[in-house]
Design a protein around this ligand. Structure first.
Ligand code: ADE
Length: 264
C-alpha cells in the first residue's frame, strides 16, 4: 500500500517515517510513503501558496491550484509506477492484456480537517484496503473550499478540537492505517485483540518485574493456565469498558459477554 502526504512541511514526517513499525513496514515493502510539498507547484516565483480570502476576513487561505497539482502528480506517479511495473515484468504479459491496471487502482483522496467525519478504528481498517491514500494537510486559516468540493473523496477529523495544521492528524491516520496492513505488525501481534476491534477497551497488561514497589502482577497471569487467563482478560476488558466507555456496550452483546458481565 502507498500513503502520500501533501504538506507544506515535509520535514515534520522525517522522524515518523524513519522509526519503529512504520520504518519496518517500509523496509519490508508492505508500505511505501511519500511527502509532496504544494509549494513545489506554486504558480509564482516566490513560491506563494496562500492568499487573502474573497469577501474579506482575517488570515490567509491555501490556494487551490498548488494542492490540486500536488495531488494529481502523486496520483500520476503511482499510476505510472504501477503501469511500468506491469509492462517491464515479462511474467505479467498476460495481465497487460486485461487492461490498464490504473483503472482498477483503489485510491482515496482525503482532506484532514476539523469539519470532517470522526476518525475511527473501522475507518483505519477500511483505508488499509486501498492501494493508495493521499492525505492533504491544510494550514494557515484554511483552504480554498474547491479542494474539499472537487478534489477530495472525504474529509476526516481526528477530534473535536482545532490544530494549527493537518500534519499531526495525517500522522495519526497514517499510523493507524499502516498497522492494519496485513503483515505490518507480524503474525504474533495483537492487532486483532486491540481496543476497538471487539470493540472493547483493552484489558490491563503487565511485564517484568512481577513485583514493583509492592504492586504485584495478578496471580492468574503468572499461573500458565491459558483458559483462566483468557477469561480474566475478557472480564477485565468488560469491567474497564463498563467503567470508562459504557457507550461501547450499547451494541448487541455476545452470550459470553452477558454471562461475564453478570459475574463482575
Ligand atoms: N486540522 C486541524 N484540526 C484538525 C482536526 N481536529 N482533525 C483533522 N485535521 C485537522
Amino acid at each position: 500500500m502507498r500513503i502520500d502526504i501533501v504538506s507544506l512541511f515535509p520535514e515534520f514526517f522525517d522522524a515518523f517515517f524513519s522509526h519503529s513499525i512504520i520504518k519496518r513496514a517500509i523496509e519490508a515493502e508492505r508500505l511505501s510513503v511519500g511527502v509532496t510539498n504544494p509549494r513545489d507547484f506554486s504558480h509564482n516565483k516566490h513560491g506563494q501558496v496562500d492568499d487573502t480570502p474573497y469577501g474579506g476576513g482575517a488570515g490567509m487561505l491555501m490556494m487551490a491550484p498548488p494542492i490540486f497539482e500536488a495531488v494529481e502528480s502523486v496520483i500520476a506517479q503511482y499510476d505510472s509506477e504501477t503501469n511500468s511495473a506491469y509492462s517491464t515484468d515479462e511474467m505479467c504479459d498476460e495481465m497487460s492484456l486485461i487492461g490498464n491496471p490504473s483503472e482498477s487502482i483503489r485510491r482515496r483522496v482525503i482532506f484532514m480537517g476539523p469539519t470532517g467525519q470522526p476518525f475511527t478504528q473501522e475507518k483505519a481498517r477500511e483505508l488499509a484496503t486501498y492501494d493508495q491514500i493521499v492525505l492533504i494537510c491544510g494550514h494557515y486559516e484554511g483552504v480554498d473550499y474547491r479542494v474539499e468540493e472537487h478534489l477530495v473523496d472525504e474529509t476526516i477529523s481526528i477530534g473535536d478540537y482545532v490544530l494549527t495544521g493537518g500534519e499531526l492528524p495525517a500522522m495519526v491516520v497514517a499510523d493507524a492505517v499502516a498497522r492494519m496492513i496485513p503483515g505490518v505488525l507480524g503474525a504474533a501481534s495483537g492487532a486483532q485483540e486491540d481496543s476497538f476491534y471487539e470493540p472493547l477497551l483493552e484489558c490491563p497488561q503487565y511485564t517484568k518485574p512481577p513485583e514493583f514497589r509492592g504492586w504485584v502482577v495478578p496471580d492468574v497471569l503468572r499461573s500458565g493456565h491459558h483458559k483462566n487467563i483468557a477469561t480474566w482478560r475478557q472480564k477485565e476488558a468488560l469491567k474497564r469498558t463498563r467503567l470508562l466507555r459504557p457507550d461501547l456496550l450499547e451494541r448487541p452483546l455476545t452470550k459470553e459477554e452477558i454471562k461475564l458481565l453478570k459475574e463482575i
